[in-house]
Design a protein around this ligand. Structure first.
Ligand SMILES: NC(=O)c1ccc[n+]([C@@H]2O[C@H](COP(=O)([O-])OP(=O)(O)OC[C@H]3O[C@@H](n4cnc5c(N)ncnc54)[C@H](OP(=O)(O)O)[C@@H]3O)[C@@H](O)[C@H]2O)c1
Length: 423
């Protein structure tokens, strides 16, 4: 392979992982590394600090640099920096899911006009190869369904809640102490991170631009120890699921929310910080990809993999990997959550008087909802009872109407949770 000159923007978890892996590739020369704070101590042996700059434009405007590796994250100022890089005819390797989910169309269009490539294997599920397989060897397929665990932090928290019967708050605190969750965990626990990833993955899988703003998103902060316990008794485990599917009418259903996943389902067996993606396509059938969705080394595997693919293609041709060029011309017709069909878990707090179960049955029936299981979980000191309902497949809008009606009834004190179910 001919010598290649790269610049790295960002030198945190992923950037340092990439730097270390690149030490085994003498043909790749790191010309510069941009950071936010040049005085910060870097824990790397024999590190040449003269490589560092606080000005990323020293990288994107450097005529010697062929490829820019962006592992800084965020949209501002990264979008402007990468726009300048592309206009300067630099190829890009990035791990930045937020940027691609929010501004991917603009960047890919600009890259097309400037005849450069953007590769982003690390942006979805860190070390798991999924972007390149979908865009290359699976391109003969019509992919119709994705169901995935794309966020390690939330999967870790939910695993510990289930295994150790912890509250959400305690499991989060432990995850933070062990470095699995950030000090501000919002991006992970509220489902933003998984939503960016499913936006990118469903866009390339369905060949239609999925709008991040139209993805229904719900995090795990409302899951209680009681939900986990009830789910277990019913034969389920709770997971944050990112899903996308092409419906029979061609519309697209993309969303992120916690689900009760049947214990026999392969995704129910994915524990701790591991990620897993199930794809259904024709002619291939069902596929499952499982592995480390984050971390310095697994993520560096994807970033450096992209870099080496790009390097070898650039050596062979002026117009590398045609499959890697993103086509975002067609806009996905995304449906609202109200129009989706699911089975549901409803946790209801009702007064412990005769008739509560009858009221629930009547209101569900009036709203076209068939109940498949109903379970009363004993009584509390305040003379209320926990009632758990599992429904058959129903329309979300009908379920929401039923919940409103239930709350108007004297014997229903509260709807403690509503979760969707995957069998
Ligand atoms: N962490 C993972 O496991 C993982 C997995 C997959 C994808 N990703 C993605 O990879 C990207 C980086 O994540 P990370 O975990 O490595 O983040 P991180 O540890 O917070 O590191 C961010 C790096 O970017 C630098 N930086 C921030 N703003 C900058 C700017 N304006 N100009 C130049 N440098 C700037 C920071 O400089 P200082 O060092 O001076 O603060 C730091 O070195 C994100 O897009 C993330 O979503 C991360």
């Amino acid at each position: 392979m001919k010598a290649l000159k790269v610049g790295i923007i960002g030198f945190g978890t992923v950037g340092t992982g990439v730097y270390k892996v690149l030490q085994s590739f003498p043909n790749i020369e790191i010309k510069k590394i941009a950071v936010k704070n040049i005085t910060k101590k870097r824990n790397i042996e024999n590190f040449d600090t003269t490589l560092l700059t606080q000005d990323p434009y020293e990288i994107v405007n450097n005529p010697e640099i062929d490829i820019v590796i962006e592992v800084a994250g965020g949209v501002t100022p990264t979008f402007d920096i990468l726009t300048a890089a592309i206009k300067n005819k630099k190829h890009i390797v990035t791990a930045n899911k937020e940027l691609l989910a929010k501004k991917g169309s603009e960047l890919f269009q600009l890259a097309k006009e400037n005849k450069v490539i953007i590769l982003y294997e690390a942006a979805v599920a860190g070390g798991i190869p999924i972007i390149m397989p979908v865009k290359t060897i699976l391109c003969a397929n019509k992919i119709t369904k994705i169901a995935a665990i794309l966020n390690g932090t939330t999967n870790y928290i939910l695993t510990k809640m289930a295994e150790k019967e912890l509250s959400y708050e305690t499991a989060l605190k432990q995850a933070q102490e062990l470095g699995y969750a950030e000090t501000d965990p919002t991006g992970d626990v509220e489902g933003y991170d998984a939503a960016y990833k499913i936006a990118i993955l469903s866009t390339i899988s369905f060949n239609k631009k999925v709008d991040i703003n139209k993805i229904y998103r719900e995090g795990i902060t409302k899951i209680t120890a009681q939900d986990i316990k009830s789910a277990k008794e019913l034969g389920y485990t709770i997971k944050l699921i990112a899903m996308g599917q092409v419906l029979e009418n061609g519309k697209i259903d993309v969303r992120v929310h916690p689900m009760l996943v049947a214990k026999k389902h392969l995704l129910a067996k994915v524990k701790n910080a591991t990620n897993s993606i199930m794809l259904t396509g024709y002619p291939v059938g069902d596929l499952i990809f499982t592995g480390a969705g984050a971390g310095a080394e697994p993520t560096a595997s994807s970033v450096v993999g992209d870099l080496l693919v790009l390097a070898s293609e650039l050596e062979a041709s002026d117009s590398p990997i045609p499959q890697a060029i993103c086509n975002h011309n067609e806009i996905a017709d995304q449906i609202n959550i109200g129009d989706t069909y699911n089975e549901y878990y409803i946790a209801i707090n009702a007064s412990n008087n005769p008739g509560a179960i009858g009221v629930i049955g009547t209101i569900c029936g009036k709203n076209n909802i068939n109940i498949s299981t109903i379970m009363q979980k004993g009584t509390k000191d305040d003379n209320t009872a926990e009632i758990v309902v599992i429904t058959e497949r129903s329309k979300e809008a009908d379920v929401q109407n039923a919940l409103k009606e239930l709350l108007k009834s004297d014997c229903i004190k509260n709807i403690d949770n509503l979760l969707r179910v995957m069998n």
